[in-house]
Design a protein around this ligand. Structure first.
Ligand SMILES: C[S@@+](CC[C@H](N)C(=O)[O-])C[C@H]1O[C@@H](n2cnc3c(N)ncnc32)[C@H](O)[C@@H]1O
Length: 266
């Protein structure tokens, strides 16, 4: 939806109504292919439809098999920096477990944790993902873990829904719970996403200003943040991280992809 139209809907106080309508329409649109998935994979335990819609897309195939592919990609990328056997791994902002659920099968003897601020997603993950330890955190730190606890942390599309203030607080917090030499994998809305911004936001983005579209309170998918790479790099460094890599994956199949940041704690 275009920014201006969203703003009008927001100003009329209709954002929740439109969101519910969009959810219902998506459910109808996807009904056939989702039914096919259920016939093909009768044993796959999926979260409630709304959780998938809110955290990703109401597309069972993409949520489950696409989630597995993403988990494999995360593991492959992390493995370039650290071996993933017998380590403690955190999925911060695990949502309804789209990626998290596959990580135990892709690693050996590692302890896999998840954390999210949404009570419903956490309850579902706790009840259904028995090989993961899932905790709830608040919108603001801390996490329920000791200092220097994790060897590996990954966080897919969480900073993309947070304000500047929370960027600083959460980078400090991820630093606190990382062990020395830990590897931290974070995705952001980089230059590829900036192509979606309007002219004035593009200008600000180019100047290195965080763009925040707040149609709902931060944390929600209707709060979107766009991170100029230089700014995000500076924020990571201010929290104490060393940036090992910044992967810009650009536009694929006509759609922007999120940037990946690989950080470590020295
Ligand atoms: C776009 S979804 C991505 C979920 C999951 N990482 C995935 O890829 O399927 C964003 C997630 O960030 C979570 N989130 C937002 N703010 C958070 C915070 N401060 N702490 C933990 N989780 C947060 C939301 O609840 C939601 O599950």
């Amino acid at each position: 939806m275009k920014k201006q139209l969203k703003k009008i809907i927001y100003n009329l106080g209709l954002i929740t109504v439109v969101e519910k309508l969009n959810y219902r329409l998506t459910k109808i649109r996807r009904e056939k292919e989702n039914k096919t998935f259920l016939k093909t994979y009768p044993d796959v335990n999926l979260p409630p439809d709304f959780y998938m819609y809110e955290t990703f897309d109401l597309n069972y195939e993409k949520f489950y098999n696409g989630g597995k592919d993403t988990a494999q990609w995360v593991v492959n990328t992390l493995s370039e920096y650290k071996q993933l056997d017998k380590v403690k791994i955190l999925d911060w902002g695990c949502g309804a477990g789209r990626v998290l659920r596959h990580i135990p099968d892709l690693t050996t003897d590692s302890t896999v944790y998840g954390s999210d601020y949404n009570t419903n997603y956490v309850a579902w993950c706790k009840a259904n993902l028995k090989n993961c330890m899932v905790k709830e955190n608040e919108l603001t730190p801390p996490l329920e873990f000791d200092n220097n606890f994790f060897d590996v942390i990954y966080s897919i599309s969480i900073f993309t829904h947070l304000s500047m203030e929370k960027h600083k607080q959460w980078l400090d917090e991820l630093y606190r719970v990382s062990k020395v030499n830990a590897i931290v994998f974070i995705t952001t809305h980089g230059k590829a996403y900036a192509t979606k911004l309007n002219k004035s936001d593009k200008k600000k983005f180019k100047k290195g200003i965080l763009i925040e579209h707040d149609y709902k309170i931060e944390g929600n998918r209707l709060f979107a943040a766009y991170q100029p790479p230089k700014l995000f790099e500076e924020l990571c460094k201010s929290s104490g991280f060393r940036v090992l890599d910044h992967l810009e994956r650009g536009i694929k199949n006509n759609r922007p992809t999120q940037d990946v940041w690989i950080l470590t704690k020295n």
